[in-house]
Design a protein around this ligand. Structure first.
Ligand SMILES: [Zn+2]
Length: 137
């Protein structure tokens, strides 16, 4: 099949068949599963039963790698084994940035520090990443 480009669109050059039904060759359930955006096996077979697509409905859909990966979940982090017995004995910190839009004051990064014992939180907005250690002190 060929196409002709007009401005930014391609127009297919072909003929439309009328007066007779186009028969679609029998395809595999897996191919229809992928074409239709990975619906459940029962949904694809329902389309076959309603004669909307042609496939062997008696066959079984093989496990689909994309479906398995998309439904998998990340494992959670293991529980921490530290015990903090005094303020600032153990802290959690994160440096985020650069922000796509700077703050009015020119800040592009933020540093958060959480004391594990008291759960007190400090947040610092930084213009440069190099300011991190100074703010930490
Ligand atoms: Zn799939």
């Amino acid at each position: 099949m060929t196409a002709e480009r007009k401005n930014s669109l391609y127009y297919l050059l072909g003929e439309v068949m009328t007066g007779e039904m186009n028969s679609i060759a029998t395809e595999s359930l897996k191919l229809w599963h992928m074409r239709l955006g990975h619906p459940a096996e029962g949904s694809v077979k329902e389309l076959v039963r309603k004669w909307l697509i042609s496939a062997d409905a008696s066959s079984k859909l093989d496990p689909c790698e994309q479906c398995i990966l998309s439904k998998s979940k990340k494992l959670t982090y293991p529980a921490g084994i530290h015990t903090s017995t005094a303020p600032l004995g153990y802290i959690h910190s994160d440096l985020w940035g650069p922000a796509p839009v700077a703050t009015i004051g020119g800040g592009k990064y933020y540093l958060s520090i959480i004391d594990d014992y008291s759960r007190k939180l400090w947040v610092f907005i930084l213009k440069e990443k190099s300011e991190t250690f100074q703010k930490f002190k």
